[in-house]
Write a protein that binds this ligand. Sequence first.
Ligand code: ZN
Length: 184
Amino acid sequence: MAEEEPQYATTRQLEDVLAALLDQIAAVRDELTAEQDEAKRAGRWRWETLEGEERADLWYELRDFIGWYNTTIGRQNEHLAIWGCWPGHPVVVEVMTAQLVAWKAAHRSTVPTDAIRLWFEHLWPAVAKIHDLDGNVGGLGKCAAKHHETNGNAVGIPPVDPADFDTLVREDVEAHSPVETDAA
Ligand SMILES: [Zn+2]
């Protein structure tokens, strides 16, 4: 029938419009979810608020990063070394975490960038400051003498004992975990 033809077309058009709107709503919802996920991930290098698994992960990531640093840079000079007692020095932990995060950012670029050069420019004063500060205020200032050994031209840096480090991470994560509310 001639009357039903436009009616049918209109319904189809409405369905199309509805489908398009639903698609847009879904896209907005996905975008919001992605933003929320990203917001949750914000602060994942902030020791002040990190808890549980994420806190443990950062400890091990920082240990690996400092391991790389010591192997390539720290061992060249005792003023550059990050001694194995670093996990016990809060300033070192915070400052080296900042180096780690900036290092990750600097290496993200897929095109030539001066970010890596800038990373090194900021690294030297950061490491100098760490060595400037005495252990009683969280630095490595008084640690070198009792930790450093020379090995040819390279400084011997005893690594963090793996078992001690596991214990430190476990105890630190326990101390920075939400209080159990389960009374049962
Ligand atoms: Zn120390």
